[in-house]
Design a protein around this ligand. Structure first.
Ligand SMILES: *Cc1c(COP(=O)(O)O)cnc(C)c1O
Length: 402
């Protein structure tokens, strides 16, 4: 393998993000292929027994087994780290594998975690159900309220964990404040950046220690594979994450890594265009539906904060009707262009009813606490012509009498 200029940090760190997304982390084989090669292999062979011994002893660089490293996943890791401005990155099989690895590789029995109430349902399950089984207590706060973060800190608090914007309420967290508070108390901050990606928001610039991803969403962006990623300091990746990851095995498959590499080439374009399309669709819906939750709209109470943190607000937003579950479902069933789907970040427009899908497992009380009502719908705006989406929403709203 020949490392190209794409792996020389003194060169790549100066590139702008769109260039990093296309060229960062590229290695080439002796064939000089243009696109990244797919190394669909589990193991490696060695020229002599001393070489493999040196690699296992950590005395020589090189691959030993695809549970630890693979050239295709390594290219993806390098590219994501560059785009994030992080020292290092490791990829995992899914977004939830990444979240689980971030928490379990860092926390131990007797520790305490503070997390945002509004979060992806499975992230809440980790904090509320899994961690307590191992003696790790959690406190959920309204992540928009800086005072709640401060008040929740205990002597044994080791981690803050939140999403911004959060799924599906679009709550925005003041990252400079919350990460700064954590740092002053020796607490590690994990930010789930799935809704934005590095194309739109870089949490490390605001003091986040670990940026966690579902790469299934905007990074792949075309509904093909599940993937996850963790970006952090080299020290955390090598000392905390790698012992956990190499021994428990949540690694991303090389094929899926290759698909995400291809997705990243167009991430910058897609993220910007889908953000613009989403804003146009939200402007149409504002005034037509009772409540709209889109922090890119000037009327949103957290608009200024959001625009300080994000270069554009992304493809996803939510809105709330006033006729309960049956009316929300009737709107979904009346759509002709937009698909009913619980995925997000896709280049196709997709709409879901979070209370009966992504947030179903939380139960009614959990949903009430997280602000996920029966009348809420979440929309991912894709790359279609926004006028076709607006016409579809117009006819669907008309059919349910709105
Ligand atoms: C989808 C999602 C996850 C989980 O990711 P998977 O790739 O589906 O495992 C975690 N956090 C957020 C914010 C998500 O949207």
């Amino acid at each position: 393998m020949k490392k190209t200029t794409g792996t020389d940090r003194s060169i790549t760190s100066k590139w702008r993000p769109a260039t990093q997304a296309v060229r960062g982390g590229t290695w080439r084989s002796e064939h000089g292929e243009t696109s990244e090669a797919l190394f669909l292999n589990s193991g490696y062979t060695y020229d002599d027994a001393e070489t493999v011994a040196a690699r296992f002893a950590g005395e020589q660089d090189g691959m030993v087994y695809s549970r630890m490293q693979n050239p295709t996943t390594a290219m993806l890791e390098e590219r994501i780290a560059l785009m994030e401005g992080a020292e290092a990155c490791r990829v995992q099989a899914t977004g939830m594998a990444a979240m689980t690895a971030a928490l379990l590789s860092t926390l131990s029995a007797g520790d305490h975690i503070v997390a945002g109430k509004a979060a992806f349902g499975s992230c809440r399950w980790l904090v509320d159900t899994l961690l307590p089984r191992f003696g790790i207590e959690g406190t959920n706060v309204d992540a928009r309220n800086n005072d709640e973060w401060e008040a929740a800190i205990r002597p044994n608090t080791k981690m803050f964990f939140f999403e911004t914007p959060a799924n599906p309420t679009m709550d925005v967290v003041d990252m400079a404040f919350v990460c700064g508070l954590a740092k002053s108390r020796g607490i590690l901050t994990v930010v789930d950046n799935a809704f934005a990606t590095a194309a739109l928001q870089r949490p490390m610039e605001f003091g986040a220690n670990i940026v966690a991803y579902s790469a299934t969403k905007l990074m792949d962006g075309q509904g093909r594979v599940l993937a996850g990623a963790l970006c952090a300091s080299e020290e955390w990746i090598l000392d905390k994450l790698m012992p956990f990851q190499r021994n428990t095995g949540p690694i991303l498959a090389p094929f899926n890594a290759w698909v995400v590499l291809k997705g990243l080439e167009t991430l910058d374009l897609r993220a910007r265009q889908q953000s613009a399309n989403a804003l146009q669709v939200a402007q149409f819906l504002e005034g037509r539906v009772p409540t709209i939750l889109h922090p890119g709209l000037p009327s949103h109470p957290q608009h200024d904060l959001c625009m300080r943190q994000m270069s554009a607000t992304g493809p996803i937003f939510s809105f709330v009707l006033d006729g309960g579950r049956s009316q929300a479902m009737a709107l979904l069933n009346a759509l002709e262009v937009i698909d009913i789907s619980n995925n997000i970040g896709d280049s196709r427009s997709l709409m879901t009813h979070p209370a009966t899908t992504t947030h179903h497992n939380m139960g009614p009380e959990g949903r009430e606490e997280a602000g996920v009502g029966e009348s809420m719908l979440r929309l991912n705006v894709g790359l279609e012509d926004p006028l076709d989406l607006i016409e579809d929403l117009d006819q669907a709203l008309g059919r349910i009498g709105l």
